[in-house]
Design a binder for this molecule. Structure first.
Ligand code: PLP
Length: 394
């Protein structure tokens, strides 16, 4: 058997370990004494229109067609609906024939990185980052170059970035709103990044791609704007998913969008189709593609997440914790109250608080709190966060 695959499959991720521990603990001491902040599973139901559309499709469409194969790259009507939505919402050029339907962001990223990278290439990303980036990049035969971000803002540290490029750099991978920090890249950051990518592409005589992982695009609070990256840098590939915006992570639906202004956009798209084929990611779930075609512009009610953020950030700051206030997603990345975040998480467990150490996100000394839970659970957990801080003399 393949050794790498065995290793990937036999080792559970830290997040999954904590989640399993939480279930076991709840059975022992009662669910009301366990505050599981480990998983990024949306706690808000999908919008009613999503379920209504699915019902209508099931009642009115021909079942053979509805559940049958679509084109490998996805149903044309769906790709048209997405292309026209992106164009009207963000004022950018789109093309349905440069969209590839996928089984969520994980597939979007695996396909895109495999389409772009050759063996020995490098992909630059910024810590903290989604832990699976290492797996996706290695699967594409490339190496993930992990750069620290500005610790006060978690925006890009451009001095570090400037030094990280080499002739092996194939792509820069960004995620805004970010998992695990919740930070949204400002327009200033995006403009600087685009300018640096232009400069480095010229210097190395090849396009260096910008891959943008956007499952949290719609999960932003207080009117914060998330710049649409194809408007700033043409060699961009957007990796999107409806897992969080429509609360459908189990249904596995998303897409890849190649910017029409990218160099050799059509060839790049063919490479995406090739990677999809090679990885077995053809023909994303048909029923959900057809629903998506009718639900463009719809988003789950994210006001609960905003309420949770405000409750948690306000209380934790008062108790002596520090964190960058997140503008989006549903995560809070908090500085652990001791150097070793793993030891801190172990202490937190005593109070029933299940937090994820930041090490796997490429950032030691922090913990991630996924606040996609009920506001009631947050309120009940706060006294325990206070007791935990007091243990550290806060
Ligand atoms: N990228 C980021 C930043 C994520 O947080 C996640 C899931 O939590 C994914 C990608 C994978 O998303 P999906 O469930 O759509 O595959």
């Amino acid at each position: 058997m393949n050794k790498r695959m065995y290793e990937l499959g036999s080792k559970r991720s830290v997040i999954r370990e904590i989640f399993e521990f939480g279930k076991q603990r709840a059975a022992e001491v009662g669910a009301d004494k366990v505050f599981d902040f480990s998983l990024g599973n949306p706690s808000v139901a999908p919008p009613a229109v999503v379920e209504e559309t699915l019902e209508t499709l099931l009642k009115t469409e021909n079942a053979t067609a509805l559940h049958g194969y679509t084109s490998a790259q996805g149903d044309l009507e769906t790709r048209r609906a997405i292309a026209s939505f992106i164009a009207s919402k963000h004022g950018v050029k789109t093309d349905p024939d440069l969209i590839y339907m996928t089984c969520g962001a994980a597939a979007s990223l695996t396909i895109t990185l495999s389409a772009i990278c050759n063996k020995g290439d490098e992909v630059i990303t910024f810590a903290p980052f989604f832990t699976e980036y290492r797996v996706f990049t290695e699967t594409a035969g490339a190496k993930l170059m992990e750069l620290s971000s500005d610790p006060d803002t978690f925006q890009i540290d451009f001095d570090l970035l400037e030094k990280a490029f080499s002739e092996r750099t194939a792509a820069v991978l960004v995620n805004s709103p970010n998992n695990p920090s919740g930070v949204v890249y400002s327009e200033e950051t995006v403009k600087k990044l685009a300018a640096m990518l232009e400069k480095k592409s010229r210097e190395y005589g090849k396009p260096i791609y910008l891959v943008t992982d956007e499952p949290y695009r719609e999960l932003v609070y207080g009117g914060v704007k998330v710049p649409y990256l194809t408007a700033y840098y043409k060699n961009t590939v957007v990796c999107y998913s409806y897992s969080k915006s429509l609360s459908l992570p189990g249904e596995r639906i998303g897409y890849i969008f190649v910017c029409p202004e990218a160099e050799d956009a059509k060839r790049l798209y063919f490479a995406v189709c090739g990677a999809g084929r090679a990885l077995g990611y053809v023909c994303a779930p048909s029923l959900f593609q057809k629903m998506i075609a009718k639900c463009q512009g719809v988003t789950s009610d994210v006001s609960v997440y905003e309420k949770n953020r405000d409750l948690l950030v306000g209380a934790l700051k008062e108790y002596g914790y520090t964190c960058v206030r997140p503008d989006g997603a549903f995560y809070l990345f908090v500085k652990a109250l001791e150097e070793d975040a793993n030891a801190f998480c172990e202490r937190a467990k005593k109070y029933g608080l299940l937090l994820v150490p930041g090490d796997d996100f490429g950032c030691k000394g922090y913990v991630r709190i996924a606040y996609c839970v009920s506001p009631d659970m947050i309120s009940r957990s706060l006294p325990y966060f206070k007791l935990l801080a007091e243990e550290y003399g806060r």
